[in-house]
Each structure stands twice: as structure tokens, then as C-alpha cells.
Write a protein that binds this ligand. Structure first.
Ligand code: SAH
Ligand code: SF4
Ligand code: F3S
Length: 440
């Protein structure tokens, strides 16, 4: 690649970050850069970072430290994403060999920022304030999977949960025009995509700036784009979860039978301390709507263990909520104190070991619920989208509409290609995956 400018990009964090990276890669390629697979081979090394929990943030600084020797070889470093927005110019103090610090709201300015770095600038920043109205829309998105792709429909967050950095790292809530979302969905369908995943920190807080479509109407419209067989959306906020979303899933077969609805805690008291703007009862009412759908809709959630002020009784309420809802998946996290957030200054009498213990109990409890839930699939035939093969096991790896992993065997000589849909009969289950045989 003599003479060609090269970059290496590594992504940490959520799907929004993964998709931002696809847009950043597209933008860099447009600017004449070629992507390479190792730090050593790159002129420009970029980390798209996450600061949701302390561990995620530390990972970035470790990584920067591991590779700082490369700076002497003339390489340049850039920090993008949520740590960049959160720490801003302080990153230059902590890691002086970094030349670029940019939050997600400034990526539209990447082409100019790249030119500045190429001209030798050593402290280039893109740090829009929280009030920015900008969204990052580009036709140069380098999607990594040719069958399944993301579309961000709403950026930022205005909810300010007491523990969370996102409102500070991603700016205020701003939605894309539904016409623009639909145009992108149609373009994707024309180029062979069959699955679309709509993204937003609170995807269902979507508000069409032109007022043409509600979130449920946008879901329906994307689900009706010719060629699109699956539509997913994540993450839904319980406060903004309305009944018409379930009606849309009922009415449009392409809308997947899965809702991720983070609860965080089963105790109304803790939910109030967190500033979640719903009670246990209101959350369970929404679960009731989802469970009364015509199709069985899989429900998953996020839970925080050991939030400041969480008593043993509060924690018990989270366990009973898991029993009531019967989730198909729970992402459980130990509370992590984060900079700038209100919960940092809340009195916290829960010892760290107790937080870890609660996290452990929660995960074990959920594992048994999931074991029983997954077992119910034995004998069912589920449509499965092929993702790849596991040669060691001689299995094809697929995913169901409910977003469950289904590993299966086939009597065909050639395994079905990624992106193909195959009906599979479930023969065996684990707490986190299904096993089956392709139905010929
Ligand atoms: N907008 C989504 C969540 C996005 S962050 C929602 O409101 O549901 C993803 C998850 O990280 C959260 O659901 C929460 O469970 C977890 N999380 C966020 N901040 C955290 C913190 N300070 N400590 C531990 N977990 C946290
Ligand atoms: Fe964070 Fe709450 Fe916003 Fe979710 S809704 S991103 S948890 S502040
Ligand atoms: Fe992390 Fe930022 Fe996403 S903090 S979870 S990368 S919004």
C-alpha cells in the first residue's frame, strides 16, 4: 500500500458505536484512507470508545498505553466516541501522543479534522456541546455485514437517569426525518439487505421532525419495504413504550418478535432514585401489553445491581420481577459510579462485595428462568437467518426472529450461505442457545 494513507479503527461499546464506526470508516475511505487490520500497519490509529462503566473507560486508556510506542514511528492516534466527549481536552494531558479527540456529534467534521492532522496539527478537537442539533448522516457507510444493517433513527438522550453518562456524552435527543430513514431502508433493500435494525439510545422516544410518522408507524413502514424480512429496534425506554408498538408487531410479519425493555430495578423506590420515570407497576403493565400480542414476543432487559440505596428487600423485588416477567435474557451490571452523574453524590451504604454478590445471585437466578424458557422451543420449527458456520462443531450458526442463537445441522452437502433463511426444527436447548436440524 505504498503511498496510500492507512487507518486502524477499533470499536468499544454499544451498537450505536458500532454503527458510528461503520460511518466513520466510510468517511475515511472517501477521504482516500485504506483500512488495515493492525495498529502496526496504520498511519492513523482510532479508538471509538465507551464510558458507560468504569471498566469500559479504563480499557481505552490501557489500549492507548499499550501502543504509545508507535507514536515515535510517526503514527497518529485519535480518540472518538463517549470517552472523547466526556474527557475532552483532558485526554491530551493523560495521553499526550493523541492528536484527535472527537465526540460522536462532531463526526460530520471528520474530513476537515483529518486534513488538520495531515498538516501536522497535534491537538485537533471535535467537541460539540450537548445542545447540538446535528445528526451524522452520510451516504458513505461501510456496513460490515451485507445482509443485516443498522440505521440510527434517533441520537442522544434527554432522560438523565441518575447513574448514566450518555446524556453528557451523546448530547440531546434528536431524531432523523422518517422520510430519510425510509429512503435509507429502501436503498439497503435494493442492495440485498434483508434485515434492518433501527437504533437509538431510546429508540422509541423517536419524534419525526416533520411530524409524518410516529415510532410505531415508522416501524410499520420499514417492515413493509419490499425485500425487508426482519426489522429489529433497540433500545426501548419503558416510559415511552406505547401499546401501538405491540399492535405494529401484530400487524407486520417482518417486525421481529423481540422487545428489549431495560427495567434496571424491580423496586419502585430504587426506580425513583434512579430517575427512571416509571414504577414497577407501570413497567409490568407494558409487559402485559407485550404478552397479550398475537405472536409470542421474546422479552429481554438490563438490570443494575447495587445502586446506591438498594436494600436487600429492594434487590429481592428485582428477583421477583424476573420471575413475573420470565425474561429470555438479562444483561446484568454492577453499579459503576460515573463522572458528572447525580448518583455519584448519593449516599451508598452497599459494600462493593455485596454488590458483586447480588450480581452473581441475579445471574444465577436468571439462568434457571432461561433454561426453562428455552426448553419450550423443543419441537418447534423456527425460521433462522444463517450467520456463518462453526466448523469445529459441524454446525451452521443462525439466529431466530426472537434473536436467539440456533445452531443447526443440515443434510445438504454445502452449508447454506450467510444471509439465507432456513426453517429449523429445535431438538435441544441450553440457557443461551438452541440446537436443531434444518427442515428439508
Ligand atoms: N438507554 C437505555 C440504556 C443504555 S446504557 C435505557 O435507558 O434502557 C445500557 C445499559 O448500561 C443500561 O441499561 C444500564 O443497565 C447499564 N448502565 C448504564 N450506566 C451504568 C452504570 N453507571 N453502572 C452500571 N450499569 C450502567
Ligand atoms: Fe442512560 Fe437513562 Fe438515557 Fe438510557 S435513558 S441512555 S440509562 S440516561
Ligand atoms: Fe458506551 Fe457511549 Fe454506547 S457510553 S454504551 S458507547 S452511548
Amino acid at each position: 500500500m505504498a503511498g496510500q494513507k492507512t487507518f486502524y479503527l477499533e470499536t468499544f461499546g454499544c451498537q450505536m458505536n458500532v454503527h458510528d464506526s461503520e460511518k466513520v470508516i466510510g468517511t475515511l475511505e472517501q477521504q482516500g484512507y485504506a483500512r488495515v487490520e493492525t495498529e502496526e500497519a496504520a498511519d492513523l490509529i482510532l479508538y471509538n470508545t465507551c464510558s458507560i462503566r468504569d471498566k469500559a473507560e479504563q480499557k481505552v486508556f490501557h489500549r492507548l498505553n499499550d501502543y504509545k510506542a508507535l507514536y515515535k514511528k510517526g503514527k497518529r492516534f485519535g480518540v472518538l466516541g463517549c470517552v472523547a466527549q466526556q474527557e475532552g481536552e483532558r485526554i491530551f494531558e493523560r495521553a499526550p501522543y493523541v492528536s484527535l479527540v472527537s465526540g460522536s456529534a462532531s463526526y460530520r467534521k471528520l474530513p476537515e479534522m483529518l486534513v488538520q492532522i495531515e498538516n501536522g496539527a497535534t491537538r485537533v478537537t471535535g467537541l460539540d456541546d450537548r445542545q447540538t442539533e446535528e445528526t451524522f448522516e452520510t451516504e458513505f457507510t461501510a456496513r460490515s455485514n451485507p445482509h443485516r444493517g443498522y440505521i440510527t433513527i434517533i441520537e442522544g438522550c434527554d432522560k438523565f437517569c441518575a447513574y448514566c453518562v450518555v446524556p453528557y456524552t451523546r448530547g440531546k435527543e434528536r431524531s432523523r426525518r422518517s422520510e430519510s430513514v425510509l429512503a435509507e431502508a429502501r436503498r439497503m433493500a435494493e442492495t440485498g439487505f434483508t434485515e434492518i435494525q433501527l437504533l437509538g439510545q431510546n429508540v422509541n422516544s423517536y419524534k419525526d421532525p416533520e411530524g409524518k410518522r410516529s415510532f410505531a408507524e415508522l416501524l410499520t413502514a420499514v417492515g413493509e419495504v419490499p425485500g425487508i424480512r426482519r426489522v429489529r429496534f433497540t433500545t426501548s425506554h419503558p416510559r415511552d413504550f406505547t401499546r401501538d408498538i405491540v399492535e405494529a408487531i401484530d400487524g407486520v410479519p417482518a417486525l421481529c418478535d423481540h422487545v428489549h425493555l431495560p427495567v434496571q430495578s424491580g423496586s419502585s423506590k430504587v426506580l425513583r432514585l434512579m430517575g427512571r420515570e416509571y414504577t414497577r407497576e407501570q413497567y409490568l403493565e407494558r409487559i402485559g401489553w407485550i404478552k397479550s400480542a398475537k405472536r409470542a414476543i421474546s422479552i429481554t432487559t438490563d438490570v443494575i445491581a447495587g445502586f446506591p440505596g438498594e436494600t436487600a428487600e429492594d434487590f429481592e423485588e428485582t428477583l421477583t420481577l424476573l420471575n413475573e416477567v420470565q425474561y429470555d435474557g438479562v444483561f446484568a451490571f454492577k453499579y459503576s459510579p460515573r463522572p458528572n452523574t447525580p448518583s455519584l453524590s448519593m449516599p451508598d451504604s452497599v459494600a462493593d462485595e455485596e454488590k458483586s454478590r447480588r450480581l452473581q445471585i441475579l445471574m444465577e437466578h436468571q439462568r434457571e428462568i432461561q433454561r426453562a424458557n428455552y426448553e419450550k422451543h423443543v419441537g418447534q420449527v423456527l425460521e433462522t437467518m444463517v450467520e456463518g458456520v462453526n466448523p469445529a462443531r459441524g454446525q451452521v450458526v443462525g439466529r431466530t426472529s426472537q434473536n436467539k442463537t440456533l445452531n443447526f445441522t443440515t443434510t445438504q452437502l454445502i452449508a447454506p450461505a450467510p444471509g439465507v433463511y432456513v426453517p429449523v426444527r429445535v431438538t435441544k436447548t441450553f440457557p443461551n442457545s438452541l440446537v436443531g436440524e434444518a427442515v428439508q
